[in-house]
Design a protein. Structure first.
Length: 407
């Protein structure tokens, strides 16, 4: 099993150190990598830190930078892909524009610094993205002599926030750790004898459940078309289900019905393609296919819509009802309008905002009814993530990110 884990938390609460520790203790570091980083750090008279294991370039170590978004793999009983995103904007952008879909979230909170602005916002974002499997690491207990009272104080405060968001804290593991010293990350701590629960890796191995991949229907998203040796090749990615040679399919919004003549990967023919596969198709009829089309089987076709209900977070500027913008979903980009702001939410407190209901300000979230200038295939985010996440563009800049809800 391979699970995608997103690790979040306030700046300097120890996310990168935790990831470095997981990589080190699980023997996931390439031979010579630690020695290489130690040598670079020594050149700049800096102490080696586990956070540096995420830095791939000498310049990044020397300037104490952390990669904005990076993916690494470590192993317990299962394989885990970790997605690390320092800022909430990078996190949201990565989750809503990338190919990855997080199965679980790990929140790192420093018991020494306490709950801060990004702590609350990251919890809200996990909730916003429907990431229901949460693990809380209360870090830096080594700075507080591993006191149980410090852990319990943080747990109580976080429990209140989680409850306000609709989570059930009793089902969420709270793990006292020191990422720097390695306590309760991969190995059981002898310094935290008052805690009898699992380490982080044990909690992940025991609790993460992957939802079964949606194979009940097919969705193939067209990225482009090419003319190769007198044949038109439709290039794209399978985002749900399985596509097979000779399948009868329909594309939307064009409405073209056709049959799959050949499926190709790097010029080699294959009989079928599954979720996540990037492929080329040769169709019996291919007249109107272009970027943005979505293909499905005849018995469960995709729906092209001109309006939908969504939730979004404004990351830049300001928007208001009836404003015209561009919306990007999968490979489609069309004009859209905010028909109605149904509900506004503060992304830090998760509380509803009752003022100025026709306008959305920076970092506010909202439930919105959108109207599109032309038909586009969108799906509920939890059903087909790639077709259920969108970006709003204004004056050439990405200003908001969101998900499609069930009407």
């Amino acid at each position: 099993m391979v699970a995608n884990i997103v690790i979040v938390g306030h700046v300097d609460h120890g996310k990168s150190t935790l990831i470095g520790r997981l990589l080190y203790d699980s023997n996931s570091i390439k031979d010579g990598k630690i020695e290489e980083i130690q040598k670079i750090a020594a050149q700049y008279k800096k102490k080696f830190e586990f956070a540096h294991l995420l830095d791939s370039l000498e310049e990044e170590v020397s300037q104490e930078k952390t990669i904005d978004t990076t993916q690494v793999i470590f192993e317990g009983k299962n394989y885990y892909t970790i997605i690390d995103a320092p800022g909430h904007k990078e996190f949201l952008k990565n989750m809503l524009t990338g190919a990855s879909y997080a199965h679980a979230g790990v929140l790192v909170v420093s018991a020494f610094e306490g709950v801060e602005e990004q702590t609350r916002r990251h919890l809200f974002l996990l909730h916003f993205l429907r990431i229901n499997q949460i693990f809380i690491c209360i870090n830096k207990l080594d700075k507080l002599d591993y006191q149980k009272t410090s852990f319990e104080k943080m747990k109580k405060e976080l429990t209140e926030i989680l409850t306000s968001l609709g989570y059930h804290p009793g089902k969420i593991p709270f793990i006292p750790i020191s990422a720097l010293e390695g306590d309760n990350v991969y190995n059981k701590s002898k310094k935290i004898s008052w805690y009898q629960g699992p380490t982080l890796i044990e909690a992940l191995d025991e609790n993460i459940k992957l939802e079964e991949e949606n194979t009940s229907f097919l969705r193939f998203v067209v990225q482009d078309t090419y003319q190769i040796k007198k044949e038109k090749v439709v290039v794209g990615r399978v985002e749900a289900g399985t596509l097979r040679e000779k399948d009868e399919v329909i594309f939307f919004p064009s409405g073209l019905k056709t049959r799959i003549k050949e499926i190709k990967v790097f010029r080699k023919k294959i009989k079928e393609a599954d979720l996540g596969d990037s492929i080329g198709l040769i169709l019996q009829e291919d007249g109107r296919i272009k970027r943005g089309e979505v293909c499905g089987l005849l018995d469960f076709p995709p729906l092209a819509r001109t309006n939908f209900l969504g939730e979004m977070i404004l990351l830049s500027g300001q928007v208001q009802e009836n404003e015209s913008l561009f919306i990007k979903c999968a490979t489609s980009k069309v004009k859209c309008q905010i028909n109605k702001i149904i509900k506004k939410i503060d992304s830090e407190t998760a509380k509803e905002i009752n003022t100025d209901s026709k306008k959305l300000n920076l970092n506010e979230a909202a439930r919105i009814q959108f109207e599109l200038s032309e038909p586009v295939v969108v799906e509920e985010y939890t059903q087909v993530p790639a077709l259920g996440r969108f970006i709003l563009e204004k004056n050439g800049k990405n200003i908001a990110a969101g998900i499609v809800l069930e009407d």
